[in-house]
Design a protein around this ligand. Structure first.
Ligand code: APR
Length: 223
């Protein structure tokens, strides 16, 4: 079976990485206009680097959880699995998943705002770091900010529309275009979340509960 899986912050929550919109979430503590937009980066690059340096440090200390592990097992099975993640952490990869599409970029990568070269991000980035390719002091985390176009959208649309099953795990479905992917799914649709998301009505099937419990049980049923 072809399975397309969209993951959000909820899949990494039990690894200790914060979500965005839950009580106490990242966007209740930080102003997203200041730390997650191109305009905020122009106004105060040091603040933006500090925010992502802290997130990179958290990510390095975190470990994949039972949900990441189960999704990696599913990929190794006879099913044809593609993971599409909104997460910028690398916990899917560290759990062993290989077909991972990072639609919102990656904390582990840096990019140059001038020449668009990309390279492995150092643990700590700073505004004056020169680009290794063109030397411009315009390096930024390779993260898709609000107002920017997510990566790999053509590939994602193809994978989702061709899948026999589309599953969304741990995402509030508040951010487009990720939230709209369920609309182009042609196969069966399943939402896994602690609570129904903003798009819950668009899904046929629902599993409610923590990802570390629900995802391994669901994967075990498929294997
Ligand atoms: N198990 C399952 N679901 C969970 C868990 C858990 N342990 N903990 C939280 N959730 C669910 C919440 O109920 C919520 O629906 O995960 C979702 C997290 O939602 P958000 O914080 O909005 O995260 P996400 O949907 O990934 O955000 C999308 O917004 O700011 C951006 O770019 C950022 O990629 C991110 C995008």
């Amino acid at each position: 079976m072809k399975i397309a899986i969209l993951t959000g912050a909820g899949v990494s929550a039990e690894s200790g990485l914060g979500t965005f919109r839950d009580k106490g979430g990242m966007w209740t503590k930080y102003d997203l206009d200041e730390v997650a937009t191109p305009q905020g980066f122009v106004r105060n690059p040091a603040l933006v680097h500090d925010f992502y340096n802290a997130r990179r440090a958290n990510c390095v200390q975190a470990a994949p959880n039972a949900a990441h592990d189960a999704l990696a097992r599913l990929e190794k099975s006879a099913h044809d699995v593609t993971l599409i993640t909104q997460n910028v952490d690398d916990l899917h990869e560290r759990a062993g998943s290989q077909a991972v599409i990072h639609m919102h970029g990656s904390l582990t990568q840096a990019t140059c705002a001038v020449c668009h070269a990309t390279w492995v991000a150092p643990l700590v980035m700073a505004p004056d770091d020169p680009c290794p390719d063109c030397a411009a002091p315009a390096t930024r985390p390779d993260i898709v900010w609000f107002g920017e176009v997510p990566y790999h959208m053509d590939q994602i649309a193809k994978v989702v529309s061709e899948a026999d099953l589309f599953v969304a795990i741990g995402t509030s479905a508040e951010v487009y275009p990720a939230a709209g992917l369920v609309e182009i799914a042609q196969g069966r649709t399943l939402e896994v979340n602690l609570a129904p998301s903003a798009q819950a009505n668009a899904f046929e099937d629902h599993l409610i509960g923590p990802a570390t419990k629900v995802v391994p049980d669901w994967v075990a049923g498929l294997l």
